[in-house]
Structures are given as C-alpha cells and as structure tokens.
Design a protein around this ligand. Structure first.
Ligand code: ZN
Length: 464
C-alpha cells in the first residue's frame, strides 16, 4: 500500500448508512436534499450503445425468485454430501484433487446456513495463490468478530447461505505463486475437464462442487506481480444480478467488462450466476486498506440482498467505466512513482520519473495523457520504453464531485476505508514497556546523517 493510501486510511470521513446518518465535515455536506441518497454516476466512459444494452438487461430482470420466498420455511443446505441445518455454521475440507495416493490439496470451506430461506452467496479468495487480500478478508469474516449472536453475520438471523473459501488455489498459496503447480492459471481454466491436465481437473471440481448451486459469487483478487490496484469492482453490467451486487458493494469505481475467457466471472455469468470481482492492492502483501474495503463491500452486498439486517452504505459517487488509457514510459531505467494507484491527476501531470544508473544526470518525466483517476500503478521499478507505468480512467464529467473525496495528496478516499480495521479489538492491543537506551544517543542516530545542518549537533550529543 502506498503512503498516500495509508494516510487516507487513517483519516476519518463519513460514509454512513441510510439508517444512521452521521454528521459530515463541511466540505462533504451535500448541496441539496435530493442528492443525498442519489449516487452521482460519472458514466461518461460507457458508450451509449453499451448503456442501452445494460438498461435493456436491467428492464428484463425478474424480482425475487420463488425459491427464496420467505414463506417456504427453513430447509437443510446440502453441500458436499453434508447436511447443514438452518441457523448453523459448518467447516468442511474440500479436496481439490480426487486421489488415493499423492496430494489432494485439502482446502477449508466454511458454510454458514441462515435460519431463513434466501440466496446462496459464495465468497472466494486466492484463485490466484499469491493474492492475499481475499484470504485475509475471508478469514476475518468467518471469525468471531463477524459471525455469531449480535455480530453482523448471525446464522440465527441470517437469510440464505454463505459458502466461504478463503483460499481456492491452495497449492499456489502454499508456494506463494499465482499459478497452479503445473504453471497454469486457474482463472483461465473454468469450467475445466475431469480427465485433462491438473489445473483443468481442479477447475472442474471447484466449478461442480463449490460454484454450481450459488446464486451470487464474489471473487477477491489483487493486481498481478509488479503492480497495485486501487480498490475497484469489475463486473459485466449487462448481467442484471451482477449489476445489482456491483452497485450494492458500495465503492466508487466499477469497471464494466465481460471476464476473460476461462475466468470464473465469465463462466458464472454465462450460467446465469451473478459474479463480481473485487480488485485491490498487489500480490504477496497484506494491504489492510483493501482487506477492510472488501469486508465492507461484502457486508453491503449481503445487506442489499436482505440476507443480514441493515441497509447497504452507498458511495458519494460512482464511476461506471468501460475503458481506460495506459500511461507508459518512453525511456528505460528505474521508476519512481509519484502518483500511485488511487491518485487523481491532471492532463500533463508528472506521474513518475525514470532515471538510469548509466546516465545519472538525466531524468525522464512520465506524464499523464488525460485528467483522471489512476486505478493501477507499477510497483516494480524496472522499466523499458513502452512499459506501462499506470492505468487511468479518463474523467471529463463529475470532476468537482471526485475532488471533494480526495485527501491532501489528491488520492481518492474510498468508501469503507475509514476507521479502525474492524477485525482488531482494543483487547488485542497490549501496552508493552521497552527498556534500554538509544544507541548513538538518539532514536535515528544509527541511520547516518542526511541533514548537514544537524551533523554538528548530533556529533556533539553523541560524543562524551
Ligand atoms: Zn487475481
């Protein structure tokens, strides 16, 4: 996570739910009552034809299916040959491979079956094994801070069923790799084949035993190696039920596209199962901001589906985007990113510099071709001419609205990122007294001296 986003995390802002409006700072006060609960759509990125396609899809969508009718009464949830009774939670181990000898890659699944009828929602993490935001968020979400009497997810109160798989690609996760052990990408292998290669076998088993029977799927990802994503939702907005949960997730940026071939998102939509992908942070890092926003969004979706009590919180605006612009370096060398993912930049603004050890006197400035929001930025410093440095959503309308939600570094304060991480409790914070004395006479003395004016002072203090 960048420093900018880190600071954004600790800064309070109000994004209260409809039920309990909190006082807002002056700059965030809505101008008129009408606007208050009406999200502003900055939809200039979605072309007209696609917008009509989305509208048509939404018009044709049905209401609550009969099978969730609250009158039908509680029933057991059958999952992997186990019977889960209403109002209970069950932890199951799911073998990714069916073998008598050799590794079967057992993977934990938690099923929370509410006491009232409702949809089946499947939550997935680490389909790419080294993307750790999902495993962290879903582990917290199945823990005692979120599940139980009086907690956001109370099986006794909940309608419908949650299937939670914090780590889908268990062998990749154990090897800290995006890929399956045979080098294939699990998220390009769906629906898989039972007699094909290892990855296709695993995909087939996940599809048939975990995904089938779901009404909604939320798949948590991060950017791939060498980059980091501003927290965002990706969904096919012309798929009505996916559109619905993409909005109720409650964050600002929604990228409209059909998932890549072989991806879970594409196949679920083709099978008329709603699916959204959350993207936030980068691989091999914990990025607490993305973890926090993903938990916030999942709870919003569950509220939106009326599975848990309360109303989903809404963002101050939404960017519905169907296209982006790449920012590339035109020179080779080592990158210094000045405007990381989440930054709002002007056309011509310097977003990064490139220097080269062979030509230390020269600096190449990488500028933004548009005004807009950087949704992904490079974290790997090595670049050659043409290497993408950032990925920008060009914004021409709604600029004023976006600016109101920027922190002092012009970084977007994303809905759900404020406040303390909800998975930590005050009891967990222990005061520890540390004795001893500072080596060199002051806290930073051993770092070496950068400030020439401070040299004499430090030396005088340190010398006896
Ligand atoms: Zn991924």
């Amino acid at each position: 996570m960048s420093d900018r986003l880190g600071r954004a995390l600790s800064e309070p802002h109000s994004d209260s739910s409809d039920e309990t409006p909190k006082p807002r700072p002056e700059s965030l006060t809505p101008r008129s009552k009408r606007r208050r609960f009406t999200p502003l759509k900055v939809a200039n990125q979605i072309p007209k034809r696609r917008r009509r396609e989305i509208e048509r899809a939404l018009e044709g969508s049905a209401g609550t299916p009969k099978k969730w009718s609250r009158q039908s009464g509680p029933k057991n949830h059958n999952f992997m040959r186990k019977r889960i009774s209403p109002g209970s939670t069950r932890r199951i181990e799911f073998d990714l491979l069916s073998v008598d000898i050799g590794e079967s890659w057992p993977t934990p699944v938690t099923v929370i079956h509410g006491s009232r009828p409702g949809p089946v929602v499947t939550l997935l993490g680490a389909v790419h094994g080294n993307e750790l935001v999902g495993p962290l968020a879903l582990t917290y979400l199945t823990g005692p801070n979120f599940v139980g009497p009086g907690k956001p997810i109370d099986p006794e109160v909940m309608s419908g069923t949650l299937r939670i798989v914090p780590v889908v690609n268990m062998p990749g996760y154990r090897r800290q790799s995006r890929y399956m052990p045979d080098g294939r990408d699990l998220n390009r292998a769906f629906p898989g084949k039972p007699e094909s290669n290892t990855t296709f076998r695993v995909a087939h088993k996940i599809w048939n035993e975990v995904i089938v029977g779901s009404d909604y799927v939320i798949d948590l990802h991060t950017a791939a190696f060498g980059r980091t994503n501003m927290p965002q939702i990706r969904a096919n907005l012309a798929h009505a039920s996916s559109n619905k949960i993409a909005r109720s997730f409650g964050i600002e940026a929604i990228l409209d596209n059909v998932g890549p071939k072989g991806s879970l998102r594409r196949l679920t939509n083709e099978s008329d199962i709603a699916c959204i992908t959350f993207e936030g942070g980068g691989p091999n890092e914990s990025d607490p901001e993305s973890v926090q926003i993903s938990i916030y969004g999942i709870l919003n979706v569950l509220r939106g589906l009326r599975m848990i009590p309360g109303h989903p919180s809404r963002p101050r605006f939404r960017i519905l985007a169907s296209g982006s612009v790449w920012i590339r370096s035109d020179q080779g060398g080592l990158l210094d990113v000045l405007a990381p993912a989440g930054s709002f930049v002007d056309e011509g603004e310097v977003v990064a510099t490139v220097t080269n050890p062979e030509r230390p006197s020269e600096t190449h400035e990488v500028t933004s071709p548009n005004k807009g929001l950087i949704i992904c930025s490079a974290t790997h410093p090595f670049v050659t001419a043409g290497t993408p440095v950032g990925h920008i959503l060009p914004v021409s309308k709604g600029v004023k609205t976006i600016r109101k939600r920027l922190d002092e570094d012009d970084c977007l304060v994303i809905a759900g990122s404020d406040g303390d991480p909800p998975w930590r409790e005050d009891d967990d914070v222990e005061d520890i007294t540390v004795g001893g004395e500072w080596s060199g006479g002051s806290v930073d003395a051993e770092w070496g001296v950068n400030d020439p004016a401070g040299v004499e002072e430090e030396a005088a203090e340190a010398d006896p």
